[in-house]
Write a protein that binds this ligand. Structure first.
Ligand code: NAD
Length: 522
C-alpha cells in the first residue's frame, strides 16, 4: 500500500538527470512493519545457523551475478565512479557475507568456559541468543556496504531486521530490498522502510530490540538519546577527522599516492577519509609539490577511466564550501583547487580536488568533519608533536602512520586515540572483516565486524550447569559452623601458595557440615 502523495523524484548528482522515483513508507505502516518483524522472528530465530546461512549464500551468489548492475545503480545514485562502487562498496559487502558463512557457526555456537574450583562439579557455558528486531539506519556515502553488513550480520545471528537506508541514495535502498527478495528470505525477516529523517525517527521511537546506526554525530546523538530513554542497546558508527602522520623516513611517493587516494576517493565522503595530513618538516615541501603534481593529473567524471566522481549530497557541498571559506579567511593557502567563491556547480556536484597549506587547528577544515575532496597539509617537527596534533580532535575513528621504522610505527600507533591505526596504508582496515570496526570519542560507540560483528546482535547468556544430584551446596543455609571453615578455605585458596591437601580437607569438612546441618533440619 503506497501513498502516492509521498513519492519523490531521484536525480543523479553527477549528471543532474532524473534517474528514478521513490515512494516514502507511510508513517502509519510502521506499526505493522514492527508487528511483521516480531512475528517473523518467532520462526527465523528457531532456524539453525546452517539453515540461515543457506539464505546468505544465495544472497552472495546473486550479488556476484549482478555485480555490474549493482555498481551502476550505486554510481548513478551517489555520483561516485563505478570503479569505486565495485572496489569499496560491493567487494567488502560480498566479502562480509563470505566471512559470516565461514565464521558464524563458531562465533554463535555455545561456548564452554572454565569454572572456578570453588564451584567444583559444575560446568559453565555462554550462549548467544538473538535479540529480536534490529533497526538498521544507514547513510549515503557507502549506501550498500554500510547498510548490508549490519543487516546480514543481524539476520545471520537470528534476528529480523527493519532497514532504513538513506533517502539521499534511495535507489540503492530499493536495489538492496530487491536483492533480499530475490534471494528468497522469508517474509518479514528483512523489511525496508524508505524515507528521510521523519521515517527514521518514527522507526527509532518504536521498540526495536537493538538499534544499529551509521551516520553523523548530530543524528547519532538524537538516536542515542531515543534509545537511552527506552534502554534499547545500540551501536553508533559516526563521523571522523582522520589524521595521517608522515615521517621523514617514509616511502615518500607511496605516502603521497595514499594521501591523494585516502583524501579524495569517493570525493572525500568517507568516514575514514584522510582529513588531516601532518608531514615531518624536512620532507614537507617535497611532499606538497608531489601531491599537487599528482592531484593535477586526476580525472573527474563519470566514465570508467575517470578517478574522482561527484559529491552526492548538495548540503554536503555547502559544508565543504563553508570549511574552505573559513580556512582561506584565516590564512590558509590554496595549493590546488579553486576558491569556493568561484565555484559554479549547478546540479552537477563536482568539486575540484583541493589542497591547502598554512593550515592550523583553529580552522574548521582541521577540526570539523569536512567530508569533501579537501587535503589540508601541515608540517610537524618531532614525534611528540605529531601525536599531539593527531590526538587534538573530538573524533577518533581511524588514523595512519607512515614510516620505515617499525618500532616508531608501533610506538606512535600505540598512542593514537582512534578505533584503528593503519601503518603505511590508508582506509583498508574497514574492508578486513576479521578486525573490529568502530570509533572512539565522538566517532561512536561500539564495534562491529570481527567476532563482535555477529555477537553484538545477541544476548550473551551465561549458563551454569549442575547435575542436580546433591541435596544442598556448601554456601546454602543453614550457616551454622561454616564461617570459620570458609575463612580458612578462602585464605588457603587465595594465598598464592595453596596447600591443596589442606584445601581438600577444609572443603570436605564444609561438605560434611552442610549435610549434617541439612539432616538436623529435617
Ligand atoms: P545523517 O546522520 O544525516 O543520516 C544518516 C541516516 O539517519 C539517514 O538514513 C537519515 O535519513 C537518518 N536520520 C536522520 N535524522 C534522523 C533522526 N532524527 N532519526 C532517525 N534517523 C534519522 O548522516 P549522513 O549525512 O547520511 O552520512 C554522513 C555521516 O555518516 C558522516 O558524518 C560520516 O562520517 C558518517 N559515517 C560514519 C561511518 C562509520 O562507520 N563510522 C560510515 C559512514 C558514514
Amino acid at each position: 500500500m503506497i501513498d502516492l502523495n509521498t513519492k519523490w523524484k531521484v536525480y543523479s548528482p553527477a549528471t543532474g538527470k532524473e534517474i528514478g522515483e521513490m515512494a516514502e513508507t507511510p508513517l502509519v505502516q510502521i506499526g505493522f512493519i514492527y508487528d511483521r518483524s516480531k512475528q517473523a522472528f518467532q520462526l527465523w530465530s528457531q532456524l539453525s545457523i546452517s539453515d540461515r546461512l543457506v539464505y546468505l549464500k544465495k544472497l552472495r551468489l546473486l550479488m556476484v551475478e549482478k555485480m555490474d548492475e549493482i555498481a551502476e545503480v550505486i554510481s548513478q545514485d551517489t555520483g561516485k565512479v563505478k570503479t569505486e562502487a565495485i572496489v569499496a562498496d560491493i567487494m567488502p559487502t560480498i566479502d562480509g557475507i563470505r566471512h559470516i558463512e565461514k565464521h558464524a557457526r563458531r562465533s554463535l555456537s555455545r561456548r564452554k568456559v572454565s569454572t572456578p574450583l570453588l564451584f567444583i562439579g559444575k560446568k559453565s557455558y555462554i550462549d548467544y541468543m538473538p535479540r529480536g528486531t534490529v533497526l538498521v539506519i544507514s547513510p549515503w556515502n557507502y549506501p550498500l556496504l554500510l547498510a548490508m553488513v549490519p543487516i546480514f550480520s543481524a539476520v545471520a545471528a537470528g534476528n529480523t531486521v527493519i532497514a532504513k537506508p538513506s533517502e539521499i541514495t534511495p535507489l540503492v535502498g530499493k536495489c538492496m530490498e530487491e536483492l533480499f527478495l530475490e534471494a528468497g528470505f522469508p517474509q518479514g525477516v528483512i523489511q525496508f522502510a524508505h524515507g528521510g529523517k521523519e521515517v527514521g525517527a518514527a522507526l527509532s521511537e518504536q521498540n526495536p530490540d537493538y538499534l544499529f546506526f551509521t551516520g553523523s554525530v548530530k543524528t547519532g546523538k538524537v538516536i542515542g538519546e531515543a534509545a537511552a530513554k527506552k534502554l534499547i542497546p545500540c551501536t553508533l558508527e559516526l563521523g571522523g577527522k582522520d589524521p595521517m602522520i608522515v615521517f621523514k623516513d617514509a616511502n615518500l611517493e607511496r605516502a603521497v599516492n595514499a594521501a591523494l587516494w585516502g583524501g579524495l576517493t569517493n570525493s572525500g565522503q568517507v568516514c575514514m577519509s584522510v582529513e588531516r595530513v601532518y608531514v615531518e618538516r624536512p620532507i614537507y615541501a617535497e611532499f606538497l609539490t608531489l601531491l599537487k603534481e599528482k592531484a593535477s593529473a586526476l580525472k573527474q567524471g563519470t566514465t570508467l577511466s575517470d578517478d574522482v566522481g561527484s559529491m552526492t549530497f548538495p548540503a554536503q557541498v555547502d559544508i565543504v564550501r563553508e570549511h574552505l571559506q573559513d580556512a582561506l579567511a584565516k590564512g590558509a593557502v590554496l595549493e590546488s583547487g579553486m576558491d569556493p567563491n568561484g565555484w559554479n556547480i549547478g546540479n552537477k556536484l563536482f568539486l575540484p580536488p583541493t589542497i591547502l597549506s598554512n593550515v592550523n587547528h583553529t580552522m574548521k577544515v582541521m577540526s570539523e568533519e569536512t567530508f569533501g575532496p579537501v587535503l589540508p597539509v601541515m608540517p610537524f617537527d618531532n614525534e611528540e608533536e605529531a601525536i599531539t596534533l593527531a590526538n587534538d580532535s573530538e573524533y577518533g575513528l581511524n588514523s595512519s602512520v607512515w614510516t620505515s621504522d617499525a618500532a616508531k610505527a608501533d610506538r606512535v600507533s600505540g598512542r593514537l586515540v582512534t578505533g584503528a591505526v593503519i601503518i603505511n596504508d590508508v582506509l583498508v582496515s574497514v574492508a578486513n572483516h576479521n578486525m573490529p570496526f568502530g570509533g572512539v570519542k565522538q566517532s561512536g560507540i561500539g564495534r562491529y565486524h570481527g567476532v563482535d560483528g555477529l555477537r553484538i546482535f545477541c544476548h550473551e547468556k551465561a549458563i551454569m550447569k549442575d547435575a542436580g544430584k546433591k541435596k544442598s551446596e556448601i554456601q546454602w543455609y543453614p550457616y551454622k559452623g561454616k564461617y570459620e571453615l570458609f575463612l580458612a578455605l578462602f585464605k588457603e585458596y587465595f594465598s598464592g601458595k595453596t596447600n591443596w591437601a589442606k584445601f581438600g580437607r577444609l572443603y570436605l569438612k564444609l561438605l560434611k557440615i552442610s549435610s549434617k546441618n541439612e539432616n538436623e533440619r529435617l
